[in-house]
Design a protein around this ligand. Structure first.
Ligand SMILES: Cc1cc2nc3c(=O)[nH]c(=O)nc-3n(C[C@H](O)[C@H](O)[C@H](O)COP(=O)(O)O)c2cc1C
Length: 185
């Protein structure tokens, strides 16, 4: 099962990036899990697309999303919302047809505070709904107090948090299977 993990933070050493690495570590054996950063995604501008098509980083991201059986978006919270870089990347996934239509998706957030970025998750859910994605409703997973849950090398050391991510990955696996369109024989 091909799963694309998209990191909403551009920062080297981002907790949301480390959380995706942890998802990869605890994922079911059948997952082919790729972690994707958004460093090569320029600002969305329809003029750019109309003149030259998709910029190279965007074209690759679109191919990766199209090829994935499911996606996982790991986001921090900026001003109670998702980072502009993540919203920008999602905007590039529009088009005819939109690449996220019926795409199984799981989301998670991280934050140093006690709310774990949950407010950003609600915004992300709304955006994914607008784009037609099939976002997993439960479990709602966030890593609060992120500064104490990861070690200096970015490994998620908190057992409860690892368990939550494992449950999320197992739920995504079941969700992808459930939404799979049976082949016509
Ligand atoms: C512009 C900006 C806005 C932020 N706003 C919030 C916020 O609304 N809620 C919150 O919990 N943390 C907020 N933070 C703190 C981030 O959660 C923290 O920097 C986090 O580590 C960033 O995620 P990352 O480690 O994945 O890059 C903000 C940080 C920045 C830079």
């Amino acid at each position: 099962m091909r799963i694309l993990g998209i990191c909403g933070s551009l920062r080297n050493g981002a907790y949301s990036l480390s959380a995706l690495q942890a998802c990869k570590e605890v994922a079911p054996p059948g997952f082919d899990f790729t972690v994707r950063r958004l460093l090569d995604i320029p600002m969305f501008n329809e003029d750019v697309y109309e003149a030259d098509g998709y910029p190279p980083g965007v074209a690759i991201l679109r191919e990766e999303v199209a090829a994935a059986d499911g996606i996982v978006i790991s986001t921090p919270e900026y001003s109670h919302a998702i980072p502009g870089a993540l919203k920008n990347a999602l905007d590039w996934l529009h088009g005819e047809p939109g690449l996220l239509i019926d795409k199984p998706a799981a989301i998670l957030s991280t934050a140093p505070g006690s709310l774990g970025g949950i407010r950003a998750q609600y915004e992300l859910r709304m955006i994914l709904q607008a784009m037609g994605a099939a976002t997993l409703a439960k479990p709602e997973v966030y890593v609060a107090g992120s500064r104490t849950k990861f070690d200096a090398s970015g490994t998620l050391t908190d057992e409860n948090a690892r368990k939550s991510l494992r449950t999320l990955m197992q739920s995504l696996e079941a969700w992808v299977e459930r939404l799979r369109v049976p082949a016509i024989s």
